[in-house]
Design a protein around this ligand. Structure first.
Ligand SMILES: Nc1ncnc2c1ncn2[C@@H]1O[C@H](COP(=O)(O)OP(=O)(O)O)[C@@H](O)[C@H]1O
Ligand SMILES: [Mg+2]
Length: 228
């Protein structure tokens, strides 16, 4: 099973958008997919409840309470069907310290969405620092990638974000543009990979580097496990 955490300490940067679109993508690939919503607001679970019965199934769990997180995090894993191939965790904003460490221990892969704004760039610098120092993601052999979200190319803030992300020693895998396609998808409990309008073609293309990266790191991990 590949276990993916979508996280950033900042709210509104696209965690739920990335988590739900990723779940939808895996489901369309006929992979057994589970979406775990750790946010008390439950946006991912609400998205799932909008989903038509005819769509590819996604297993949802709302791990709402943040009190006694360790016990919860241990018990939820038992609630994910054993045949699950891809597990995605949608994290709430503001997770730090021990809570962050607990969440990191549940996964092998982390995606950090970032918005092009000076406030978000500043916040993510600190968050990535925390992932590295407190979360010890490198020592743990976790794969971490950054995704620029809601990009308006050719704007100064996007260019500043792009410059900043290129200086990080973490893969900056893709840029998702700012488009109502994500808003419409969210309302219908689907992802852009389940939309057939030509206007979603460029969005699907922007997802390709991210899904390829996820596949690559998963294959490498699997090979390492076999070698041991
Ligand atoms: N690429 C995008 N284009 C347009 N709107 C977006 C995009 N990504 C996110 N949004 C919108 O921004 C808002 C916040 O996104 P969300 O995924 O809920 O963030 P988070 O889970 O980090 O709080 C939502 O209304 C969402 O529909
Ligand atoms: Mg959210």
């Amino acid at each position: 099973m590949q276990k993916i955490l979508v996280i950033n300490s900042k709210g509104g940067c696209g965690k739920t958008t990335v988590a739900t679109n990723l779940a939808s993508y895996f489901a369309t690939q006929n992979l057994s997919t589970a979406l775990l919503d750790f946010d008390p607001q439950g946006s991912s679970i609400r998205w799932l409840s909008q989903r038509a019965k005819s769509g590819k199934a996604i297993y949802g769990v709302h791990v709402a309470s943040r009190k006694n997180n360790t016990g919860l995090t241990r018990s939820f894993q038992m609630r994910v069907p054993p045949e699950t191939e891809r597990m995605i965790i949608d994290a709430p904003a503001g997770i730090t310290g021990n809570e962050l460490r607990d969440l990191i221990h549940l996964v092998d892969t982390i995606i950090v969405p970032v918005l092009p704004s000076s406030i978000d760039i500043h916040a993510v610098t600190r968050f990535i620092e925390e992932l590295l120092v407190v979360g010890k993601v490198r020592q743990m052999g976790l794969n971490v990638a950054v995704v620029a979200n809601r990009a308006k190319k050719n704007t100064l803030t996007y260019k500043a974000l792009e410059r900043f992300l290129k200086t990080l020693k973490l893969p900056f895998v893709t840029t998702l543009r700012d488009t109502q396609n994500y808003v419409h998808a969210a309302e219908r409990g689907i992802g852009i990979h389940e939309m057939w309008d030509k206007r979603t073609d460029s969005d699907k293309a922007q997802w390709r580097p991210l899904v390829r990266w996820l596949e690559d790191v998963y294959l490498i991990k699997t090979k390492q496990k076999i070698a041991h």
